[in-house]
Design a protein around this ligand. Structure first.
Ligand SMILES: Nc1ncnc2c1ncn2[C@@H]1O[C@H](COP(=O)(O)OP(=O)(O)OP(=O)(O)O)[C@@H](O)[C@H]1O
Length: 255
């Protein structure tokens, strides 16, 4: 068995600062995600979770601090280059092509990863290699049977599963999951939790999620963000009982 604690972090966030006017949305955030680890970031509304993700992705520039992937600083890299260097993301609001089928969405993702988007003018389904690979990803997220369904006509939970297939098809090293359970009922949440559980150990995952049941079922470590500051980082089992966490966020939910 590999000793994960000894491995170099796949993602490092080092002293990140970001203000919007007088509001410090990130106030010196430092955390890391190790290879194969699910590290959940939780915190109350407005704590700065989305702002953190946007800075990791390169959509928002920090005022100060650094984001490193595999030990390399990303500060000078635009968002598309970070994606190319191994940063995958599933969005809080779905980003699929609604007029394309589930299969076509994954094929397009594979094409964009291989830099062959110039093939777009052709019918993407003609390309056997992409179609076979896309089918495999659809199988991994449990959507084989829905391959010909239009993304816009799929149920919310299925669209989120498809989004995961689209993100995974790009072969990310680090996966940022921004509220993957948002808008899901208990059944869909349980399905997504099972899917994320099946990915455990293969990717470095930073998970932002309000669904505490899912967080405690999945996370190896939890960081708690309050007013743009990390007030706790540690194993999920400690987060449940830590007095700072309980006072800041979990309250009676953790009981
Ligand atoms: N572009 C912006 N301009 C001004 N203020 C912003 C901007 N983006 C975020 N904020 C503010 O920064 C703070 C952190 O917001 P953020 O969306 O990162 O929090 P969050 O933890 O993701 O919240 P939620 O759980 O509700 O999604 C909030 O007070 C928010 O109003």
């Amino acid at each position: 068995m590999t000793d994960r604690s000894a491995s170099k972090p796949a993602l490092v966030v080092d002293d990140l600062h970001k203000s919007f006017g007088a509001l410090k949305a990130s106030n010196g955030i430092t955390l890391d995600v190790r290879a194969g680890e699910i590290h959940a970031v939780i915190g109350p509304n407005g704590a700065g979770k989305s702002t953190l993700i946007s800075q990791i992705c390169g959509e928002i520039r920090p005022d100060k601090g650094n984001v490193l992937i595999g030990g390399d600083s990303m500060n000078a890299e635009p968002a598309h280059q970070r994606a190319r260097l191994g940063l995958g993301r599933s969005f809080q609001i779905t980003q699929l092509c609604g007029e394309f089928t589930a299969l076509e969405n994954v094929v397009l993702s594979l094409m964009s990863r291989s830099g062959r988007l110039f093939d777009l003018w052709r019918n993407p389904r003609k390309n056997r290699e992409y179609v076979d690979a896309a089918m495999e990803w659809l199988g991994r997220v449990g959507l084989e049977a829905q391959r010909n369904a239009l993304a816009s006509e799929m149920a919310h939970g299925e669209r989120r599963q498809l989004e995961m297939a689209v993100a995974l098809a790009r072969n990310p090293k680090v996966l940022l999951l921004d509220e993957p359970m948002a808008g899901m009922g208990p059944e869909e949440s349980a399905k997504m939790t099972a899917l994320l559980n099946s990915l455990k150990g293969r990717y470095a995952v930073l998970l932002v999620e309000h669904d505490m049941e899912a967080v405690f079922a999945l996370a190896d470590r939890i960081s708690v963000l309050v007013y743009g500051k990390v007030v706790f980082t540690g194993p999920a089992s400690q987060a449940r009982t830590d007095p700072t966490v309980r006072a800041a966020y979990l309250g009676e939910e953790a009981c």
